[in-house]
Design a protein around this ligand. Structure first.
Ligand code: GAP
Length: 466
């Protein structure tokens, strides 16, 4: 089973410390969220899984961490100043503002039973373009609108990779094909953010730009689509809740020749199957668009340089063919926050105990679980048991994330760990003092096994591998 809706995850997240509304004590800030003690661990584990899979387990990808604030020219030549817009309409009656292409996803302020424009009293203005980039000023400037100080918070991490193409190529001595991977924050002044952490104005991306010979791009594109489907499945997400979507010509971003999205079933409660799905990630063939637009050499028909501000040519010289060209780029781009939401929704399950009570179990894979093992004393008023449990926790901690908890009865403690996805609980009881063994309880089956403390670490390490 998976979560019946996003609301279930919102409530679990708040109750157990995964995600909190940001600025809550001041009334919040529309669609901003803070990641709590468990949320930050889960997000870190997702990022580590991605990084390990791409940068460590393959031999053809390097890492990068570029600046959030770059020279404004980056966004001029990338096309974002010109084209990174959403079409926006205002309702003259209810005074609300909507994205023209998302009217079907929102409700009319006059009549919440209808979509904007469906109510006869609702009068929408003509659409106008709204640039999604957040503006800021750099340095101590006299006026906030000083064009010389204008800068943007990056709306995608990708451009930081393109403008560092030559740096990485030259320092790592790479040959095509190779990739550059980056994880970091991106910012978009979304017109209609919402659905919890699905669409926010500040979010985190994991993007990889894979540089290839132009003729190899279609084949490599397909390989990355298959590769990412497999990686997403390795996070514990069921195949039934994933599907591919081929973007239409009209939907393609200005730089893309072909983009395939991987959709997740974020809205299982909706009757219409088509409306249950939304984008988890996109895998684009960006052609040679970005390397070309940031290069100083390309010229138009009149022999005029297309980019007079760049000091670098981002072309590639192929030693074998003695040819110089701009590599094509295949870009798998995925949001950390959307991945975390999909992972939590898919891991959500309920189970009834012998007393007929319903318990929540978050069946996270051991790799992603924020806590791998909880060590629990059966009697917290018995100092020898407490000491033994704390020693076991300390002994396990260097090898796996372990916690000690004595803040409730054993039934409550088990229920809490099940709900946050801890794969194993280790219970220290009176007998443990005699036989130097503990009870290991499995989160999913609730089965218990007696294990000697002398082999506990190896035993748990082995179980956590599966
Ligand atoms: N460099 C390409 C790029 O940025 P995108 O489809 O606009 O492509 C990539 O973004 C991924 O980033 C999306 O598939 C989604 O997972 C995530 N993302 C985009 N906008 C987001 C937002 N407002 N809130 C949360 N995640 C977002």
């Amino acid at each position: 089973m998976a979560a019946p809706n996003i609301e279930t995850i919102v409530s679990l997240s708040k109750r157990r410390g995964f995600v909190f509304p940001a600025s809550d004590i001041y009334g919040g800030l529309g669609s901003s969220w803070d990641y709590g003690p468990l949320g930050v661990e889960l997000a870190n584990n997702i990022k580590q899984s991605w990084w390990r899979w791409l940068v460590y387990e393959r031999d053809d990808i390097e890492g990068l961490d570029s600046s959030i604030i770059q020279n404004r020219q980056v966004w001029k030549y990338s096309g974002h100043e010109q084209t990174f817009h959403d079409p926006l309409v205002d309702c003259r009656t209810c005074k609300e503002r909507f994205r023209l292409d998302k009217l079907q996803d929102v409700r009319c302020g006059n009549n919440p039973a209808l979509h904007p424009g469906e109510d006869r009293q609702c009068s929408l203005t003509k659409a106008r373009e709204f640039n999604l980039m957040f503006k800021t000023t750099v340095g101590a400037v006299s006026a906030d609108d000083d064009p010389n100080a204008l800068a943007y918070l990056r709306p995608e991490t990708a451009q930081g990779i393109f403008i560092n193409f030559a740096n990485v190529l030259n320092t790592s001595r790479r040959k095509l094909p190779f990739g550059i991977a980056q994880i970091g924050k991106a910012f978009r002044n979304e017109v209609t953010p919402g659905n919890f952490i699905f669409r926010t104005r500040e979010f985190e991306q994991m993007e990889m730009e894979y540089f290839v010979r132009p003729e190899d791009a279609p084949r490599v594109h397909q390989e990355w689509i298959d590769g990412f489907l497999a990686w997403i499945r390795s996070l514990g997400i069921s195949e039934d809740n994933l599907k591919l979507y081929e973007q239409t010509r009209e939907e393609l971003a200005h730089y893309s020749e072909r983009t395939v999205d991987i959709l997740y079933r974020y809205f299982p409660e909706r009757e219409d199957d088509e409306k249950q799905w939304d984008e988890l990630m996109g895998i684009a063939n960006r052609t040679d668009y970005d390397l070309r637009v940031h290069s100083k050499k390309p010229e138009n028909e009149e022999g005029k340089r297309l980019n007079p501000d760049s000091t670098e040519d981002l072309s590639y010289f192929d030693d074998a063919t003695k040819q110089r060209f701009y590599p094509y780029v295949i870009e798998p781009a995925i949001g950390v926050n959307r991945t975390l939401l999909a992972v939590m929704m898919d891991a959500y399950s309920e189970k009834t105990n012998d007393k007929g009570e319903t318990r929540v179990i978050l069946k996270l894979t051991p790799e992603l679980a924020p806590i791998k093992v909880a060590v629990l004393p059966l009697a917290k008023n018995k100092p020898e048991i407490v000491e033994m449990a704390k020693n076991i926790k300390r002994d396990l901690q260097p090898s796996m994330r372990a916690v000690y908890d004595d803040t409730g009865g054993i039934g409550k403690l088990y229920a809490r760990q099940d709900e946050i996805g801890t794969p194993f609980c280790v219970t220290v009881d009176h007998e443990s003092l005699m036989d130097n063994a503990v009870t290991v309880r499995d989160r999913d089956t609730w089965e218990q096994e007696r294990i000697s403390v002398s082999v506990l670490k190896e035993y748990l390490s082995e179980c956590l591998k599966s």
